[in-house]
Ligand binder design. Structure first.
Ligand code: NAP
Length: 288
């Protein structure tokens, strides 16, 4: 008899987490006996949580804010990319040992690849310089982009990312303040434009005011908004109207989860099948 697979997602806040939806579709699809819990773990609470799970037979967990960096000292093994990103979103528990991984970068790239976009040799422009961009800028450098430009409201955060990417990969990142003039300039010759700010996200009052920069993009460019709620932001709507290719954040969200499941379950998954099933489920939910 196979034992029950016990998985968690931990964070604070955690109520809003979409993780169970993604993982349950895979675990149900494979016909496994499992539990997937949302567990609220406040900052500083990792030690207690880890003690609890060793006793409770948990075989893996996903992590969100504020634990992605704090977990690192507790790991017995850290995967090369997670170490480079200094961020862990997936932990496998095996024979009492903790193995840390980060699937966000690969998830982001994989979603773009579905549309036929590779980052290799591309001019990539990224808006924002927060947590997600600090990982993605490194991943885009690893993918050997021709150039990376990061525009952010607070230039010192963009500088921090540029310094980190250069230190770890030797790739230079151009940084600019996030204003209309620079957005227009950066859009010229840009192949992939990523929005890594919450501008346009549900529940956020701020949005892009001037989208002129979209008309500076070449017709082949991809406009990639990491936001998935709403499904189509003002940015993506305007880009579509101009005939540009667009991508929202669902693919990244789904792929980082599927990649985590491969780690938890030690098996390869049919990504096309499960991505389709998850997308269908999301479409049928009113408040995803
Ligand atoms: P974060 O760490 O809070 O960083 C937010 C970034 O956006 C900062 O660079 C911030 O600039 C900028 N920003 C915030 N409000 C702004 C405004 N009004 N005007 C201009 N810039 C503003 O957030 P994060 O974790 O990196 O997440 C960023 C976005 O990515 C969110 O929308 C999130 O939904 C999305 N995301 C998607 C996925 C996915 O799987 N699809 C995964 C993670 C994140 P300052 O430095 O000036 O404050």
């Amino acid at each position: 008899m196979t034992s029950r697979i016990k998985l968690d997602v931990i964070g604070d806040p955690i109520d809003h987490s979409k993780s169970p939806l993604i993982h349950e579709i895979v675990l149900d699809g494979l016909g496994l006996d499992y539990q997937y819990r949302k567990v609220q773990v406040a900052k500083g609470g990792l030690e207690d949580y880890l003690a609890d799970i060793q006793a409770g037979g948990i075989c893996g967990f996903n992590l969100t804010m504020p634990h992605k960096v704090d977990i690192i000292p507790y790991l017995d093994f850290i995967d090369e990319e997670a170490q480079l990103f200094n961020s862990v979103n997936t932990v496998r528990v095996k024979s009492g040992q903790l193995y840390g991984y980060n699937t966000d970068g690969r998830g982001c790239i994989r979603a773009a690849e579905d549309l036929g976009y590779s980052f290799q040799g591309k001019n990539v422009v990224i808006f924002g310089a927060g947590g997600v961009v600090s990982t993605l800028a490194l991943k885009v450098a690893l993918e050997k982009a021709a150039s990376i430009t990061v525009l952010n409201r607070t230039l010192s955060s963009a500088q921090g990312i540029a310094d980190n990417v250069f230190k770890k990969t030797g790739t230079k990142v151009r940084i600019l303040p996030l204003d209309n003039e620079n957005m227009n300039a950066a859009a010229e010759a840009c192949d992939i434009l990523i929005n890594g700010t919450p501008l346009g996200m549900e529940g956020i009052d701020h949005n892009f005011e001037d989208l002129t920069f979209l008309s500076r993009l070449s017709g082949k460019a991809l406009v990639y908004d990491l936001i998935y709620n709403p499904e189509e932001t003002k940015l993506l709507r305007a880009a579509k109207k101009l005939g540009l290719n667009t991508l929202n954040g669902y693919g990244m969200l789904i792929y980082q989860g599927l990649l985590a499941d491969e780690i938890f379950l030690d098996r390869t998954l049919d990504f096309t099948l499960y991505k389709g099933k998850i997308e269908n489920k999301i479409k049928n939910l009113k408040n995803f």
